[in-house]
Design a protein around this ligand. Structure first.
Ligand code: FAD
Length: 332
């Protein structure tokens, strides 16, 4: 177990569809495995999922541990935790990655606690670095209340566990000629699996245009204080055909929903243009859009950290600048 090269990725499926964040995380696993000359195994749990196991191999996994049972069709926190923990105890992977979906962030800490290992959550990057002449997994996350970007390494306890935010890694190419092994794992429900049960999952319609995949995103922060100010941000987004995002305070004030929260606990995006308005630029926020092609920041405080990382900074009150922008855009 000392080679660090046995990498596992838990792949989440919902309603027979592989989740994008899981495939992106698989892409990160494959990238790490290349540095370590290692292998990537996927863990897939559900019902009627054999076809998906083959799909995962086409996406680059060397093998898939497949746990299929009608009782596992929906995410069951107790059962999934026990299954993955027992597989870890049996096969001793070195690294275990999970996509930081709502389910991934429920499952990962439960598994980490059960197998008594460390978990780095919401990583904005994962790399292999040589430390003390040994390859070491190094996670990047915003730390200390978002004041700085920090690197985290694990101690000798394995597996090294991490959740990877959506948009951080690339989904691997699909190659239908790839071959790999599907290892079927028997499942028999135990009493503890049934203590908490998911009985139904309901798909929620997004409240507004999703920020993922949008070419332009207009994003508001705590600087928005009134309905009138929020309307300005919304109007600017509308005139640009942009999706509307925001910071955590903007989400807490219910200007945006969690679906469009930008940052380490929300979405990581790379639009062509990102316009940030009335947001100071905490690392928890900026890590969510630092890969945008062009970043415009509007803030009234000239010392706001957002001005250190944007391509164009406008020091102004949003009430003055945004109406001008809307007017100019409408007349052009
Ligand atoms: C574990 C953890 C995870 C987190 N995850 C996230 C995350 O995913 N996303 C996220 O955003 N935050 C996250 N946070 C919170 C984050 O650290 C910051 O607190 C947050 O991003 C600050 O939001 P803000 O910039 O809107 O507010 P502030 O920092 O208060 O900034 C408001 C800005 O608005 C400006 N302003 C005020 N009025 C006007 C005006 N009229 N015109 C122009 N500018 C104006 C001010 O000058 C100021 O710069 C997280 C924190 C923790 C601890």
């Amino acid at each position: 177990m000392s080679n660090n090269n046995n990498i596992w990725v838990w792949i989440e499926q919902r309603n027979g569809k592989l989740m994008d964040v899981s495939l992106q995380t698989l892409g990160k696993g494959i990238e790490l495995a290349k540095h370590l000359a290692g292998k990537v195994s996927a863990v897939l749990i559900g019902d009627n999922i054999e076809g998906m196991a083959k799909e995962i191999i086409c996406y680059g996994a060397d093998n898939v541990y497949l746990v299929a049972d009608p009782g596992l069709k929906l995410y069951q926190s107790r059962a999934y935790t026990r299954i993955i923990s027992e597989l870890i105890t049996m096969h001793k992977p070195d690294i275990l990655l999970m996509g930081a979906s709502n389910i991934g962030i429920d499952l990962a800490p439960a598994v980490a606690a059960r197998v008594k290992t460390g978990l780095t959550a919401h990583c904005s990057d994962l790399q292999i670095e040589t430390i003390d002449n040994k390859p070491q997994l190094v996670a990047t996350i915003p730390g200390f209340s978002g004041g700085m970007i920090v690197k985290i390494v694990w101690n000798e306890i394995k597996p090294w566990m991490a959740t990877v935010s959506s948009g951080v890694a690339e989904k691997p190419d699909f190659d239908e000629t790839r071959q790999g092994a599907v290892v079927k794992v028997d499942y028999e429900a135990k009493d503890e699996d049934l203590q908490i049960q998911t009985v139904e999952m309901v798909e929620r319609e997004p409240a507004s245009m999703p920020v993922e995949g949008a070419a332009i995103v207009v994003s508001g922060g705590k600087g928005i204080k009134t309905n009138e100010e929020f309307k300005l941000i919304k109007d600017l987004a509308e005139v640009l055909g942009a999706a509307l995002g925001g910071t955590r305070p903007a989400r807490d004030a219910e200007w945006i929903t969690t679906d469009n929260l930008i940052g380490s606990s929300g979405k990581t995006i790379s639009p062509k243009l990102f316009i940030s308005i009335g947001a100071s630029g905490a690392a928890h926020y900026t890590c969510g859009f630092m890969k945008a092609k062009y970043i415009i920041a509007i803030d009234k405080d000239p010392s706001a950290p957002i001005f250190d990382m944007c391509d164009l900074g406008i020091q102004a009150d949003l009430n003055e600048i945004v109406p001008c922008l809307i007017e100019q855009l409408k007349s052009s």
